[in-house]
Design a protein around this ligand. Structure first.
Ligand code: BGC
Length: 706
């Protein structure tokens, strides 16, 4: 099939006129709140979306209709009344540690995209969570390359199985939003291969996304979209990637990016605002006319786009798929359930279903719904948002910053599941007022929310709008206080020791209120595990101060990712710092025990062990296998994990085989992965800081890959 795609791309490109070739290289934005005039390249009747690329009907090449993205089909003002399933945040999917669920979520996105005629989803966000202030961490998956790749690959495969192309993005190091268009991300190239690039590498291998979207930022001096070393050298060279490389929206500063390997310029109207002209418009044609853009390069750009169209099958669509929205809601609900992480529980949870306590539910707009992240992944759920509260902020991204509330009210759902209880609501407007209700209640459930999203990094780890003070006051008034967080990132918890239980529900999507209520009442046993480390404070992280934070939009900035490959839990292990909550941490209403760890070496490491549910109710656990020591330097690496669902007393044997790249170092001089011969230490645990069994094995020396 893919050999066929190559041949068909070759034949179709060969028959094209130069005008047809150039037309495929530019993606035009549809009419929305941002671009108010329709570009004449978009024909009448085309559904408006983030991008449109005309087809070549005489050759049977369909137009490309591009839409965001990973959390559902978005509609930021493009199509009146068009709504879609709003899935939980990517970081919540990360917390499920469940590739099969990622696959199902991808299917939701793929089917809903196809039913609307969209054949390219701008999905597959995989930037690593290097900084807990990054506004877009909620869109991505985790701080770990393996976990991120395992889930993103399945989500992309779920989309592409529906005949819809998926991107993977943003290549690479779009790890902060502060002045992202002027941001130079500095990293050691070998460390880059062992971290963010490894996530891309594994996910691309597994899922073969039709397109790779470059990042807005620069990497080691040059814009991601003109970084020949990465695009030509690594992506198209070492990895032999056959698909096309598209820019982020308005990120192409000049036609010369085509010479560095960028195949398509997207969001061309934003080019004009940012750089004064469309990058792949007249100037690219002029460069071709005067020989600076070689004919072979032009042909290659076109062939790569066609090849992905044929490989994924966007030219072979039959009737639109039947979309079962009720089933899609079930998947959104299951994803929310599996993504919620129980961080702390001093016996307050689950709430007893048959007692009739007075329950106070405070703050977080819980009477309305659950929050969602902002920016290009924001999905309008069926029936519309329950409420949109304008937040705003500096720069043109301020217009996209709103508190979106999806209609799944936690207070209504708690009331539904606890019919005997007397549930009362307080908005959490003032600490004193919230304390009044807390004082006369048996249990208090207080919510903490944040608005996070594209274009903004958080200034610190606190909860906004004085919510920390409300939680403090409520906890002082009532010892039975439970905190539910709905955030896109770790937050500080100055009140942690004064509350009985803490739940991180992230942005839980359109069924989030129900999932939260089910976890609180024990209808569902919590099984989420942290996909990111929660630092005790920013001083523990690689960059206590974020360069350029607070500078006006447009200020050039440089961020040195000096932690290199030691991202997240790897950094904490190297620095011997104890975080607030570690990567991999998450409690359950049952208990699990690990035994019989057997580790084999040779070419790679294979770990076999048993996991047993020693508690008295069914639940899912995520045992994790880590590398903790190697002959060529101490380091920590997640080697594998498996989500296991067990009945009380049930045991299961699990085998995890490490990808050898996780055991190796990238040797820049050789341009290959190198495994040093010697003894490797491995540990099995329930979190990066909770390792219960250890073992050692020997590996042979190896040099492999590119
Ligand atoms: C975002 C991309 C998105 C694109 C199109 C950009 O602002 O960075 O992730 O796919 O817009 O909406």
């Amino acid at each position: 099939m893919t050999g066929d795609a190559d041949e068909r791309a070759l034949a179709a490109e060969d028959r094209m006129t130069d005008d047809e070739r150039f037309s495929l290289l530019v993606s035009v934005m549809g009419v929305s709140d941002l671009i108010t005039v329709r570009d004449e390249r978009i024909p009448d009747g085309t559904p408006m979306s983030a991008g449109y690329v005309p087809g070549v009907p005489r050759l049977g090449v369909p137009a490309l209709l591009m839409s965001d993205a990973s959390l559902g089909v978005t509609n930021p003002g493009y199509r009146e009344g068009d709504t879609a399933t709003a899935l939980p945040a990517g970081i919540a999917l990360g917390a499920s540690f469940n590739p099969a669920l990622a696959r199902e979520s991808g299917g939701v996105v793929g089917r809903e995209a196809r039913s609307r005629g969209f054949n390219v989803m701008l999905a597959g966000g995989i930037n690593l969570a290097r900084d807990p202030r990054n506004g877009r961490n909620f869109e991505y998956i985790s701080e770990d390359p393996l976990l991120s790749a395992a889930l993103v690959a399945e989500s992309i495969s779920g989309i592409q199985a529906e005949g819809v192309i998926s991107t993977i993005k943003h290549f690479s190091l779009n790890c902060n939003e502060t002045n992202r268009h002027w941001l130079d991300a500095i990293i050691d190239p070998a460390a880059h291969r062992e971290s963010d690039l490894l996530a891309f590498e594994i996910a691309i291998e597994r899922a073969q996304p039709g397109s790779v979207m470059t990042a807005y930022n620069k990497i080691n001096g040059g814009y991601a979209g003109e970084n020949s070393e990465l695009i030509q050298g690594v992506l198209k060279g070492a990895w032999d990637y056959p698909g096309w490389v598209m820019s982020d929206w308005g990120a192409t500063a000049g036609w010369e990016f085509a010479l560095s390997g960028l195949d398509q310029d997207c969001g061309c109207q934003i080019d004009v605002l940012m750089w004064g002209a469309e990058a792949f418009g007249q100037s690219l044609r002029d460069a071709y006319a005067n020989g600076r853009l070689p004919k072979e390069r032009l042909s290659e750009m076109v062939r790569r786009i066609l090849r992905s169209m044929y490989a994924v099958g966007v030219d072979r669509w039959g009737a639109p798929p039947e979309v079962d929205m009720a089933r899609h809601n079930e998947i959104a609900l299951e994803a929310a359930r599996q993504g919620i992480v129980l961080l702390k529980n001093d016996g307050a949870l689950p709430l007893a279903p048959d007692s009739s306590p007075r329950i106070a539910v405070i703050g977080g707009h819980v009477q309305v719904g659950v929050p969602a992240g902002t920016g290009s992944t924001a999905v309008v759920p069926p029936g519309g948002y329950a409420e949109v509260i304008r937040v705003g902020g500096p720069s043109f991204m301020g217009a996209t910053r709103n508190l979106y509330l999806l209609p799944s009210s936690p207070v209504a759902e708690i009331t539904k599941l606890l019919p005997q209880a007397q549930v009362e609501f307080d908005p959490g407007m003032s600490p004193a007022e919230a304390a009044l209700l807390a004082r006369r209640s048996d249990v208090v459930i207080v919510f903490g929310i944040r608005v996070e999203g594209e274009g903004f990094d958080s200034a610190d780890l606190s909860l906004p709008w004085g919510q920390d003070a409300v939680i403090e006051a409520v906890a002082a008034a009532n010892p039975n206080t439970i905190v539910v967080l709905e955030t896109g990132n770790p937050v500080a918890m100055p009140w942690r020791d004064n509350v009985k239980a803490i739940i991180e529900a992230w942005y839980p999507g359109q069924a989030g209120g129900q999932a939260i209520a089910e976890i609180l009442t024990g209808a569902i046993n919590p099984s989420g595990r942290l996909p990111v480390t929660f630092p005790a404070d920013l001083a523990q992280t690689p960059r206590p101060d974020l360069p350029s934070m607070g500078e006006p939009w447009g200020t050039p900035a440089t961020i040195e990712y000096s932690e290199g490959a030691e991202v997240g839990y790897r950094w904490f292990a190297q620095q011997r710092e104890q975080p607030l909550y570690s990567f991999g941490h998450g409690l359950s209403y049952t208990r699990f025990d690990y035994s019989d760890l057997l580790v084999l070496g040779g070419d790679t490491i294979t770990a076999t062990f048993a996991v047993t549910n020693t508690g008295d109710r069914q639940g899912a656990d995520v045992p994790q296998v880590y590398l903790t020591g190697a002959p060529d330097g101490a380091r920590m690496r997640l080697l594998g994990f498996e989500r296991v669902d067990l009945k009380p007393g049930e045991s299961k044997q699990v085998t995890v085989t490490a990808d050898p790249r996780l055991l190796a170092r990238f040797d820049s001089e050789a341009g290959q992965w190198r495994i040093a011969a010697g003894t490797y230490r491995v540990a099995l645990g329930s979190a990066a800081d909770t390792l219960s069994l250890t073992a050692e094995t020997a590996l042979q020396a190896a040099l492999f890959g590119r």
